[in-house]
Structures are given as C-alpha cells and as structure tokens.
Design a protein around this ligand. Structure first.
Ligand code: NAD
Length: 508
C-alpha cells in the first residue's frame, strides 16, 4: 500500500514510525519527499502521521513508563554504554546518510554524530548524575533526603540542521533518567536520526520506551497538548519554538525551547590575526551557515577594521561543492525554499545600502547544477536596522559592523534580541574578563568561534534564543527530566520516645 517506485523501478524507502517497539507503516495519505540537497534526488518518503498513530505512540510510552521507571539505574546505564559503543561502530555509515540527506560534508556529519555521542557517553554516568541529597539530623532524630524521580512521557521535536546531535541531546538523557520518550525528528532529514533510533533498540531500549512519529505542525501540536506528555524539549526556529513553548506551557508541561540566533564575533586589534580570521571564516561559512551557533555577525573594533580585505580574501578561497566531494568547505542549503529565502535576504541587504563585498548568489558547482548552493557572501557597511542584521539568515552570509571601542561592541551585542552565542578575539585577559562579565549572551567563546559546551555542562543559550530555564544536556537536563521529591523521616525506637502533641510547625 505504501509502495512507491523510483525511476529505475526499485522501491523507494518509506520511513517508518516506531510505536511500542514495532516499525509501523503509516496509514496517512500525506507523504513528503526527503531529497539530497546537492542533487534533488529523492532519497525516501516520510509520512505525516495520523492523529491515531500519534495517540498510539503516546499511549505506548505511557504504558512502558509504568515498568521502565522502576528499572534499576544500573540497567539503564548499561543500555547507554551499549548505545555509545554501537554509535561509535556505525558512525561512518550514519555520516554517509546524514551528509546525503542534509548536505553537510562527511567530516562535519561525523562531527554532528560525535557531539551527540558525547551526550550518550555522559548518560552512562546517570547513576551519579541522578543522585539525591541527604541531610542527617535536621531535627532530633529526623533526616531529610531528596529523590530525583522520572516525570513520565517526554517529547522531543528536532530541527534539520543537526539530525544526529540534537535527537541525541534529548532521548538518551530522558530515558536514562527513567522516562519514556516520543521523538518527532525533522521531516526534512529523518534518515540518520532513524539509524540512531535503530541502534537504541539494538542496545536494549525496551518496546514503548522510545517511540518515533513523523510530521509537522499537527503532530507537534498533539505532542504539546496530550495529557500523558509531561515535558517537551524543542529545538528549532524562534517562530515555532515560541508557539511550542506557549502551547505546551498552557497545557501544563515543562518546556525547553532552544531557538534562533544571531551570533556576534567581536574582534579586537590585539587578537592573533591569522587565528581570528581563520576562526571567523570557519564559523561563518562552515555547514553553509546552517548552525545555530554559526558566527553571523563580525564586529571589527578600532584598528581591526583594516582586516576586512583579509577576511574577504580568506572567504573567497572556500570551496563550494557537494558534501560528498573531498575538499568541500561549503555544501548546499537544505532546500530550494531555504535558498530562495537566503537570496531574498541578500537582495534586501543590497537594497538597504550595505556593501556586498563578496557575492555568492551565482555560484556554479559542476556536476551538481541542481543543488541548493549559495557561495560565501560578505557584507560590510551594515547597520543595525537592516534585515540582514535583524533576521537570522541561516545561510553562508556574514555581515560586518564596525565600532571604535570594546564598550561599544558590548552594547551592540547586548542590544540584539538574540542571546545564543558570542565570541571575543583578543590577547588581553582584562578585555576578555570584562567581556565575559558584561556580555548578556548565554554561551561565550574567548578565542573560540563556536563555544558549544561539552556535555558535563549544559547548553546555555539565553534571551531571545531560549525559552524555559533549563537547557539541554549536562546537570540542567537531569533537573528537566526529573522531579525532586523531599522525604523527611523519623524512625522511633519502640517506646523510647514520647514527645507528646506538637501543635506548631517546628520539628523538634
Ligand atoms: P523549524 O522551526 O522549521 O523546525 C523545527 C521542528 O519544528 C521540526 O521538527 C518541524 O517539523 C517542526 N515544525 C515546523 N513548523 C512547525 C509549526 N508551524 N508548528 C509546529 N512544529 C513545526 O526549524 P528548522 O528550520 O528545522 O531548524 C533551523 C532553526 O533551528 C534555526 O532557527 C536555528 O537557529 C534553530 N536551532 C537552534 C538551536 C539551539 O540550540 N538554539 C540548535 C539548532 C537549530
């Protein structure tokens, strides 16, 4: 019933749902193509699940929670140990699929998997991460301790740009904490996510503990409103993240929404010139600018304004090609729609009076003429009212602003509504310390262009880039996926004590 033929007569892969440990063919009538962004070849078809299918996945997770929450922590930990070993073993194969469906280079696809694998490695320590606290003798013979208990069925909604890392930010920690999970991957590139889910089953995640549904707004809204769902973790654009936060919040869920960004790199004239320029170009144009932590604004301070020609020269050297080809620096954008949006923002920059230093609009990639390519694009003379500054472009476009002092640079960054990441390039410890103290952004890099924290810390975007107080992975996510119960207890030694009636709230 779901068969669909490729031009060569073979069957096109139809992505399955995962419900209660079974791979299920969706009965939906709505299917979307998953295309290779460098070639437009249709790789597979993804269903937009029906309401009944989403309900079935949530019910399965709800049933599984009744036993999974009681599973010894060591057993959960051993599944994570097996999962990390399997991901390591299969990462090259998954990277090929990820690169084909998402467009990033093979090396970057391996990085995408590796940064997720690190979270799974961290989940292997859940025994100590989920420990409670104990205080002895808080009153005579009275002890108080805390239990960190799982909260129930959790849902995760993920974006297209990290189809391995971001699902791995979510379900391993949620499950390791004793919750069950319903994952909704990006409909644009779910194939590599599904390979990771297969490995989770192989590692021993029991039926119903991890479920997968595919789809768009309808499926997401169902996850945000269903009474069995206790927490929603969202990563994606600001528009959708705000909607998810509001809707799930109104329905009483815990929510974390990690959203869009405009990340400024501030360059002081005392910075190591070569290192700083390399970092700016790598972080600005790598993954075709489709990273939430990509550098998208360069702020040249004082004499560093003279570095613009060098920045341009370095960006010009980048090689635009399909992610599968050796030596590629900049791959295609995820879709034709994404390319059109980036091109129209470039047009707006020209119209609004910015100087187009480097124009990537007409880039030609031999052998991949149909690809969604935009070459490195650089604007100078940018002002804060231009759309290329106010909007997240999510493409290989770097905008350069100039200021005279570090104070002005800090004020500029702090008045931008987004607060995901920022970086300072300098050799001065005093300037770095001032910057880290005064800057109002969640993730700060000092001579580090993409300061995504390792998993013992948490991802800490802030202001317009994040809703909800607890971020993904690290200690914060253990708090997010558990509820704290305090137990205050006193044990009597038969008849040895008799305090009489106490009508106050004091413990004695
Ligand atoms: P997106 O918001 O379009 O999609 C994210 C998810 O929401 C997908 O699963 C999608 O199916 C679903 N969705 C789409 N439209 C919806 C709607 N109307 N209602 C409900 N759900 C809907 O984001 P994207 O284009 O896949 O990803 C790129 C965005 O994600 C960028 O803005 C980027 O900055 C952001 N991002 C942020 C972080 C972070 O940690 N802050 C990390 C990665 C990506």
């Amino acid at each position: 019933m779901n068969a669909s033929l490729k031009p060569d007569g073979t069957t096109l892969q139809q992505v399955k749902l995962l419900i209660d440990g079974q791979w299920v063919e969706s009965q939906t009538s709505e299917w979307h193509d998953i295309t290779n962004p460098a070639t437009q070849q249709v790789l597979a078809k993804v269903p937009f699940a029906t309401t009944d299918e989403v309900d079935a996945a949530i019910e399965a997770a709800h049933r599984a929670f009744q036993t999974w929450k009681l599973t010894p922590i060591g057993a959960r930990m051993r599944i994570m140990l097996k999962l990390q070993a399997l991901i390591r073993e299969h990462s090259k194969r998954i990277a090929q699929v990820l690169s084909a469906e998402q467009g990033k280079t093979i090396a970057d696809a391996e990085g995408d998997i590796f940064r997720g694998l690190e979270v799974v490695e961290h989940a292997c320590s859940i025994g100590s991460l989920q420990m409670g606290e104990f205080a002895e003798n808080v009153a005579g013979g009275v002890d108080t301790y805390t239990l960190r208990q799982p909260i129930g069925v959790c849902a995760g909604i993920t974006p297209f740009n990290f189809p391995a890392m971001i699902p791995l930010w979510m379900f391993p920690m949620a499950i390791a904490c004793g919750n069950t999970f319903v994952l909704k991957p990006s409909e644009q590139d779910p194939l590599s996510t599904m390979l990771l889910v297969e490995l989770a089953l192989e590692a021993g995640v029991p039926p119903g503990v991890l479920n997968v549904v595919h789809g768009g707004k309808e499926v997401v809204d169902k996850l945000c409103t269903h009474p069995h769902i206790k927490a929603v973790s969202f990563v994606g654009s600001t528009a959708v993240g705000t909607h998810v936060y509001d809707l799930a919040g109104k329905h009483g869920k815990r929510v974390q929404s990690m959203m869009g960004a405009k990340n400024h790199a501030v360059v002081l004239p005392d910075a190591n010139r070569e290192q700083a320029l390399n970092a700016l170009v790598g972080a600005g144009f790598g993954a075709a600018g489709q990273r939430c932590m990509a550098t998208s604004v360069v702020v040249l301070v004082g004499a560093a304004k003279q570095w613009l020609p060098d920045l341009k020269a370095l960006a010009q050297k980048l090689k635009v090609n399909a992610g599968s080809e050796p030596g590629t620096d900049v791959g295609p954008l995820i879709s034709k729609r994404a390319k059109e949006r980036v091109l129209s923002l470039i047009e707006s920059g020209i119209k609004e009076g910015a100087k187009l230093e480097l124009d990537g609009r007409d880039v030609k990639v031999p052998g991949f003429e149909q690809g969604n390519f935009v070459g490195p694009t650089l604007f100078s003379g940018v002002t804060t009212d231009m759309q290329i500054y106010t909007q997240e472009i999510f493409g290989p476009v770097l905008v350069v602003l100039e200021v005279d002092t570090l104070d002005q640079a800090i004020a500029l960054v702090n008045s931008n509504p987004f607060g995901n990441g920022t970086g300072l390039f300098t050799q001065s410890g005093a300037a770095a310390r001032k910057f880290q103290t005064e800057i109002d952004v969640g993730q700060v890099g000092i001579n580090i262009p993409i300061p995504v924290p390792v998993p013992f810390f948490s991802f800490t975007g802030s202001r317009g880039s994040k809703l909800g107080d607890l971020g993904p992975y690290g200690k914060q996510v253990v708090q997010f996926y558990t509820q704290t119960k305090t137990v205050t207890s006193r044990w009597f030694d038969d008849d040895s004590v008799n305090d009489g009636v106490n009508t106050t709230i004091h413990l004695r």
